[in-house]
Write a protein that binds this ligand. Structure first.
Ligand code: ADP
Ligand code: MG
Length: 341
């Protein structure tokens, strides 16, 4: 090809007035659009290209090879817990995290209700002066004359006078209210002040299979009382940026109680709550939590859903309020995981 021919061709392309002239040269087949049959109302313009992040593709691929759960570990099917014919002695579990709003109360109510559904007798202890556990079960604790405060501070009050039945069969409540904040101050001068709750619960341990203690958001004397009375601790962690902040201090408190007051105390598990799988942030926080605590993290993850705030207003657990919702299903799975041998 001579130089002149080349430039002439190039000129033709630039000038290219008609598609007839350009077509063969550029290898294009130009169709007359009027002859394309319109089979659908879809525009002929292509959809914008959606680029899927590589991490997402890898995740999906990994999930199809080995079935991974939200924690990024192989999925585990927890068995239906065996039917119980006798009750007690109860396993006592404290729901602890000195951070507020992480799902302690929500987990106490819904895990409790899900365990009760398996035929076990469950007692929920409202150990937060806010009384949110009581409210969440439809009880107004500020109208009550007798609460857990009276059991802690007065020897002449019987636990049966304070116990309330809830609408869920097998699920009972020891209500608490703002009086508890006075107990925190008054207990300081008591003998064996850390063991006061354990003493209160001792008479009924034989009647229940599981006792769940909803702690207040602090590591003060009430929380130490809960840890001193418990066999295990469940730590709910909200899948948010500062989730891990303060967990070291909580672990330290747990180990000190275990060493000095209650050698049977164990960490049952870390529960990821308010998880949003659609955000990279949520997935990142969860993988950080699993990185930090490994097999201490429950396989069950509680997703964020407005159904939970709704249940508080309704004053009942999600297992009855929206029995087939994903939230109810998640707490039933958590119940199986907690009860698994
Ligand atoms: P804590 O007892 O740790 O302070 P709560 O259980 O009271 O935390 O939860 C704090 C708030 O978040 C409540 O309004 C509750 O309804 C809501 N919540 C709890 N769990 C979830 C969830 N998985 N998704 C959405 N909202 C939730
Ligand atoms: Mg709470």
């Amino acid at each position: 090809m001579s130089m002149s021919t080349f430039s002439q061709e190039a000129d033709n392309v630039e000038a290219g007035p008609s598609s007839d002239a350009m077509g063969p040269k550029l290898g294009l087949v130009v169709q007359d659009m009027t002859e394309v049959p319109m089979t659908s109302s879809e525009p002929l313009v292509d959809e914008p290209l959606v680029v899927q992040p590589v991490t997402e593709i890898l995740e999906v691929t990994a999930q199809t090879v080995v079935d991974l759960d939200a924690t990024g570990r192989p999925r585990v099917e927890f068995p239906e817990p065996p039917v119980v014919t006798e009750h007690g002695p109860a396993r006592i579990i404290a729901l602890c995290n000195q951070k507020g709003g992480v799902g302690k109360t929500t987990t106490t109510i819904n895990l409790g209700a899900a365990i009760a559904e398996t035929g076990r007798r469950v007692l929920l202890v409202d150990f937060d002066p806010q009384g949110a556990l009581s409210v969440g079960l439809g009880v107004n604790p500020h109208e009550l004359d007798l609460t857990i405060y009276n059991l802690l501070m007065q020897r002449d009050v019987n636990i049966d006078e304070v116990l309330l039945k809830t609408a869920v069969p097998g699920l009972d409540l020891l209500p608490g209210n703002i009086d508890l904040s006075a107990a925190e101050v008054q207990l300081v001068s008591e003998v064996a002040r850390e063991q006061t709750l354990a003493r209160v619960l001792a008479p009924i341990v034989g009647e229940y299979d599981v006792v769940l203690i909803d702690c207040q958001p602090s590591l003060g004397l009430l929380t130490v009382n809960a840890l001193a009375a418990a066999d295990g601790v469940i730590i709910p962690l909200e899948c948010e940026f500062f989730a891990l902040r303060g967990v070291a201090l909580l672990m330290d408190t747990i180990y000190r109680v275990q060493e000095r007051i209650n050698p049977r105390l164990e960490v049952e598990g870390i529960l990821a709550t308010m998880y949003d799988s659609r955000t990279l942030h949520g997935r990142e926080v969860l993988s950080r939590v699993v990185e930090a605590f490994d097999d201490k993290v429950f396989h069950t993850v509680i997703a964020r859903t407005v159904r939970f705030p709704e249940t508080t207003v309704a004053g009942e657990p999600i297992t009855t309020y929206a029995s087939s919702s994903t939230g109810a299903t998640a707490y039933r799975q958590l119940a199986r995981e907690v009860l698994a041998p």
